[in-house]
Design a protein around this ligand. Structure first.
Ligand code: IMP
Ligand code: MG
Length: 173
């Protein structure tokens, strides 16, 4: 990041180390299985690309684009801009997300995907901000639990900027 004030919250090294651990843990948990990794675009793209290369099992990939209506008036409404290409019935599905904040996005998505009868459905999120949770949702795999701050980088954006920075930073105005 070359402009604005920011503080690095999670360094590139720490991200890489933790992603390796998550990849090893998922590979171990899914030994003998071939899970379908569902990436939630666009925020999870960088994390997913790194995580994918740490998996030592066969995995399949599909992607969804999900967005929340304007935060203030929306309540629990989320919109599916792009759905999955294939059925997930009978599959071991792992949703990969960048960050869980209120939890509404993943709570709604999880319930929608459960209707499609996967064999199993788990959530892997790089970051978790439990302070703002408004629904009962916990990830099965979490990279880092962070304080309540707006973060960017490693896939996450502020008005579509900073997704490509290799660390996670906190905006400080
Ligand atoms: P939730 O429904 O409040 O859990 O919304 C989660 C979504 O909001 C994430 O997928 C992100 O797209 C976005 N989001 C939440 N917190 C942040 C943040 O600190 N930085 C960037 N995006 C965020
Ligand atoms: Mg998102």
């Amino acid at each position: 990041m070359t402009d604005g004030n920011y503080k690095i919250l999670i360094s590139e090294n720490d991200l890489q180390r933790r992603v390796k651990e998550l990849g090893a843990q998922i590979s171990d948990d899914y030994k003998g299985l071939e899970p379908l990794i569902v990436g939630i675009l666009r925020g999870s793209s960088v994390f997913l690309a790194d995580l994918a290369r740490e998996l030592t099992i066969n995995a399949y990939f599909d992607f969804m684009v999900v967005t929340r209506y304007g935060y203030s008036e929306s309540g629990g409404k989320i919109r599916f801009i792009k759905d999955l290409d294939r059925s997930i019935e009978g599959k071991d599905v792992i949703i990969v997300e960048d960050i869980i904040d209120e939890g509404v996005t993943l709570y709604t998505l999880k319930n929608e995907l459960l209707k499609r009868k996967p064999t199993s459905l788990k959530i892997c999120s790089l970051l978790d901000k439990p302070a703002n949770r408004s629904v009962d949702l916990t990830a099965d795999y979490t990279g880092f639990v962070i304080e309540d701050a707006f973060v960017v980088g490693y896939g996450m954006d502020c008005k579509q900027r900073y997704r490509n920075v290799p660390y996670v930073a906190m905006m400080t105005n």
